[in-house]
Design a protein around this ligand. Sequence first.
Ligand SMILES: Nc1ncnc2c1ncn2[C@@H]1O[C@H](COP(=O)(O)OP(=O)(O)OP(=O)(O)O)[C@@H](O)[C@H]1O
Ligand SMILES: [Mg+2]
Length: 736
Amino acid sequence: MNEIYPVRPISNASATRTDGFNIDLRQQIRVLWRRRFLVFAVAGGVFIATWLFLMLLTPIYAGMASVMIDTRKTRVLDLKEVITTSQPQLTTVLSEVEVIRSRNVAERVAASLDLYKDPEFNPSLRPAKSGVAAALNSLMSWLSAPKQQDLGPEEAERAMRAGVVTTLVGRVTAVPVPQSMVINVSVRSEDAAKAAQLTNALAEQYVLDQLNSKFEATRSASVWLNQRLEDLRNAVAQSERAVAQYRGSSGLIDSKGVLPTHQQLAELNTQLIQTQGRRSELQAKVARLETLIRSNRGAEAADEMIESPLIQRLREQETTLMREISDMSTRYGDMHPKMIKGVAELNELRAKINVEISKLSQGIHNEYNVVRARESALLDRIRQLEGTVKEQNRSEVHLRELEREAQANRILYENFLSRFKETSEQEQVQQPDARIISRAVRPYSPAFPRKGLIQLAMTVVGLLLGTILALVLERLDNTFRTREELEDVTGLPAIGMIPFVDKKPVAKYLIDRPTSAFAEALRGLWISLCHSDPNSSPRVVAITSSFPGEGKSMTALSLARTVALLGSRVVLVDCDLRRSSVAKLLEIQPEHCLDDVLGGKVELRAAVLRDQSSDLDILPARNMDRAPLDMLNSAVMENLLHTLRGIYDLVILDCPPVIPVAEAQVLGRLADKTVFCVLWDQTPREAVVNALRQLRDVQVSLAGAMLTKVHLKKHARYGYGDIGYYYGRYKGYYAD
Ligand SMILES: Nc1ncnc2c1ncn2[C@@H]1O[C@H](COP(=O)(O)OP(=O)(O)OP(=O)(O)O)[C@@H](O)[C@H]1O
Ligand SMILES: [Mg+2]
């Protein structure tokens, strides 16, 4: 067939992965569904605890106001730039946030609203509590800060005020609004109206604080400036006094930049030049005079040098006289009296002229001498003045220094004066940098606790906790519930799942309900067993488990009956010689048992009982006093089984459990196949592994493992996709 229709793989890798995920998810959901009561119980517990807790909490209200920091500063005095703008800076906003949350502002609020008398802020004013609350309170105060009993009244008052302010600070929230200069301010209180009042007071006090601090700053600046001005004023006065003094002492009296000494010197120089000119003139005259006089040419000198009107006149008289004499001489001769008289007059006249000339030349001489004396006097004076000027020049340098200093002091003083005037003006025109842009109104719902939100969140938390707990418990579950688990852990094929029967007696159930799921499961088990060995169906099947009470005997009996009902000759041998249970299950009291047969007391035929309902032969057992191992681990037992093989199609051995006793290992070796029972949702995995190891150690041939007493309804919730799962859906197939 495969050659004609090549078989395609059922799933590829990705499909497997997706399926794996889906199965995993489905399984998780089923786990939660199965453990839903746990999940809901945890969630409910958390819900109730939260509710109780929230009931105990005092609701806290929060007012909400907004303050904007104004970076535009009004400058009334600076006309060039009345309003300056600066970039909003995060640090500015954050600093203002700290200011809002500062104790300073809180103190102002506490003072303005008299919070010191408010029991909400001053715990000493709260009424004393009674009962548990009081005990809790005293415990809390004992645990908290050290007692303040030793404080004096003033100190205690201070401590109380500090405490009130601390409480208030703790209730202030200031949060900057991103990308803006706005700060949301909020104060919490147990009273809604008070919360709004406190918030508004805080915003107002913050704005006032700003105003005050600026005012303070300007005032201290103006005080400082005032002080500085006084100093400067003194410095200016002092330096100006120094200039005046020095000017006075050095004789440097200012006359529009020209010093008196310089002026005097210039005047003297002019005079000197004039005097020198005059002196040279007179000197030349005197020299000419002397030359002329020396050469007896005095008259000539007189004509030449002396421009005297008297001499002029005398000269004219002389000329006239000389002409007359000349006339007379020609007329009268020299001896004529007229002539003589004329000559005498002429001589007299000439003598007069000479006298006059000598007088005049004496005058020139005198003047010359005077001019010379003046010149030398001028020279002396000039030399003297020049010395003074040199001295004064030196003094002037120093004076200029003093003047410069005085000037600098004056400029400094004037600058300070104008700044001082500005600052004192500013004191009057103060504007706060922050303003309230939104005032707080009475909140109608508490800010804390947000009951609905907290309750919802805690319910979610509870559900999560429940879910985690459910999943953890599921993980911690160390039993078997599915065939897959069984196969994975044991490494054996899971050959059956026997449902739990809740109707009594269980043993009869198979007979009464041959089409029940229980009966169907047993038929399925038999088919699986038949195919456990590809070569031949097992003839001797041992049934065992890890511990007692796992349904071995019930499974053995039911399987034997099932096969017998199918028409085969089957014998069930109860090999549990310590806790025999087949007879008990069938509610019979056998006369002879296996040990009698093995002991040779009775024949096999005599000991075998017939189950009328299924035509099953049963070789029962009874509890023995001594250890049955040697009895079972014997040739007699082997022979018995050999005999049984000859008589029956199928021999089923109901064995004791593996872990407490060793018989199962012996019986397993005698059987063709051994079926290993695992109690559903009960037997621990380690026990199963250990028991199987013991069986494998003695080379027992295991047909497979099976789950017993499977609660189908519970199992269906796991949705493992096996019979249990489909039992719920396809119930109609079974007549339970
Ligand atoms: N499928 C079942 N449904 C309901 N009850 C069952 C089922 N199988 C067994 N029981 C009950 O479980 C109990 C123990 O069963 P059983 O005697 O078969 O176990 P066991 O493994 O043989 O125990 P022991 O090791 O003591 O012999 C009995 O009371 C039986 O009625
Ligand atoms: Mg038993």
